[in-house]
Design a protein around this ligand. Structure first.
Ligand code: BES
Ligand code: MN
Ligand code: ZN
Length: 482
């Protein structure tokens, strides 16, 4: 979405819609006061009469305001002055944008009366994303992106970062929302190549032959049940700082049927979302390159389709991962960790300063933390605290789960080095993380299980259902402050 900044009197701007914010007690912020004054106090009167809701997530549309050039003024509910919090301000901006996306609008201007850069970045990204939906294949759209988004609060740094983050979130969401007959390992890799070319990233695509030569038997076994060949994509951003890179690694299961341990329909129906980790990595790499950040970053994604064709891997199979570790397969639906085992090993080869992986890895993480919170698991609490700090600054929800040593017992196998599931389902998010930990050596590492927040089953006030673009903002923040 095209986004730019304008200066001048908000009340004189000839735009299709102008968004201002009113908090509890009718407190107008930013251009709201100026617009209210120009209209002879019309907004204040409506607020006093209770015609305008100040609840976060509510938007009231006002037409024909006297003395105001905009065709429509939107008063977005600002809540109880939570104006300082990035999560709340994102919901305020996102809901107003979503409300206005009900039909085509060429120019929409926002003034949320906020100066803090982190808060503004999140709000701008949210406004871009509020006006974009999952209805990619509907001839008549429910959600219509704006022709142009104008931002009135003057902060060029926030505008630049917010646009890059917001647009990269759109990329992540589009990749998640595209159905599995459109996005499979080869087409995802092709999109990655296009992104690399347009944003100036170095790119390597490993095809099946290369994966075989590299002994990625764990990843290849998951892919074996599908007619779609797997891919491993490596994206490199050099940056100008001469230091060891940060590696970000994504699970890219373009469809997870469960394999021979097949999922029931209700669980399988949204499994196009199982490449959200990979989409987040690609989107983040795009934003990092667009923003020309200083720090070197490597993005790696493992792309497979988990199916049950005649070549499918089986219960009882023993796989030899690229690292040499042997794995007993006791459930083919615990496939994400098998893919990541090899990708994490490839990541270690570049001797990164740290590894962050993102994966829609376990239903257990959603049971533990709910649908809106990502789980963090680590072998290095200092690194994890940096990730949690970046998330907090962006208003994104990430919470740690413990990696106590006794969980390791659960992945011991009688026939191989480890097995791919724990004993029973309790603590399933953690036993999955314990499995991954086996493949990062001594590298500081944080695993982010995004099975909950990566995909919304239902629309929210600030964003459509489907892919969410979660954690792109957090990763960009982490990388830029590394
Ligand atoms: N892709 C799923 C996890 C998932 C669940 C993502 C819900 C998004 C929403 C993963 O591959 C999976 O199937 N995990 C199993 C692991 C189990 C077999 C140990 C699960 O969570 O049931
Ligand atoms: Mn699975
Ligand atoms: Zn999966």
């Amino acid at each position: 979405m095209k986004i730019s900044t304008v200066v001048g009197n908000a009340s004189r701007m000839d735009v299709d819609a102008l968004v201002v914010v009113a908090g509890e007690g009718g407190k107008l912020v930013g251009a709201g006061q100026e617009v209210d004054a120009a209209s002879g106090g019309s907004i204040q009167r409506l607020l006093a009469n209770g015609e305008i809701s100040t609840k976060v997530g509510k938007s009231t549309l006002l037409y024909h305001l006297p003395g105001v050039a905009a065709k429509c003024v939107v008063v977005a509910g600002g809540g109880d002055g939570g104006n300082e919090k990035p999560g709340v301000v994102s919901r305020i901006a996102g809901s107003a944008a979503k409300r206005l996306s009900d039909r085509k609008r060429a120019t929409v201007a926002f003034s949320i009366g906020c100066q803090d850069t982190d808060v503004l970045v999140s709000a701008i990204a949210a406004a871009i994303n509020g006006a974009s939906g999952q209805d990619l294949f509907r001839s008549e759209k429910n959600i219509n992106p704006f022709g142009e988004l104008l931002w009135l609060d003057q902060n060029p740094v926030a505008l630049r970062i917010g646009s890059a983050v917001g647009n990269s979130m759109l990329l992540a969401r589009e990749l998640v929302n595209l159905p599995p007959n459109y996005i499979y390992p080869e087409t995802f890799a092709r999109r990655a190549a296009e992104v690399a070319l347009s944003s100036g990233l170095e790119l390597e695509i490993w095809d099946e032959l290369r994966l075989r030569r590299e002994r990625c038997d764990s990843l290849l076994s998951v892919a074996a049940g599908s007619t779609r060949p797997p891919r491993l994509v490596v994206l490199r951003y050099r940056g100008k700082k001469q230091s060891r890179p940060l590696a970000i690694v994504g699970k890219g299961v373009t469809f997870d049927s469960g394999g021979l341990s097949i999922k029931p329909t209700e669980s399988m129906v949204t499994m196009k979302c199982d490449m959200a980790g990979a989409a987040t990595v690609l989107a983040t790499m795009q934003a990092v390159a667009t923003l020309e950040l200083d720090n070197p970053v490597i993005g790696l994604v493992g792309l497979v389709e988990n199916m049950l064709g005649g070549g499918a891997y089986k219960l009882g199979d023993v796989l030899t991962a690229r690292s040499g570790k042997t794995i007993e397969v006791l459930n083919t639906d615990a496939e994400g960790r098998l893919v990541l085992a090899d990708v994490l090993d490839v990541a270690c080869q570049d001797q990164p300063a740290a590894i962050i992986d993102l994966a829609t890895l376990t239903g257990a993480c959603v049971v533990a933390l709910g649908t809106d919170v990502a789980g963090a698991m680590t072998n290095n609490e200092e690194l994890q605290n940096r990730v949690l700090g970046a998330a907090k600054a962006c208003g994104e929800l990430v919470w740690p789960l413990p990696m106590f040593a006794h969980f390791d017992e659960q992945i011991q196998s009688q026939v191989a080095d480890i097995k791919n599931i724990g004993d029973g389902r309790w603590g399933g998010a953690i036993t999955a993380a314990k499995f991954l930990e086996q493949f990062v050596g001594n590298t500081p590492w944080v695993h982010l299980d995004i099975a909950g927040p990566a995909f919304n089953d239902k629309p929210k006030s600030h964003q459509d259902a489907g892919g969410t673009g979660c954690l792109v903002n957090t990763l960009v923040k982490l990388i830029s402050t590394w």
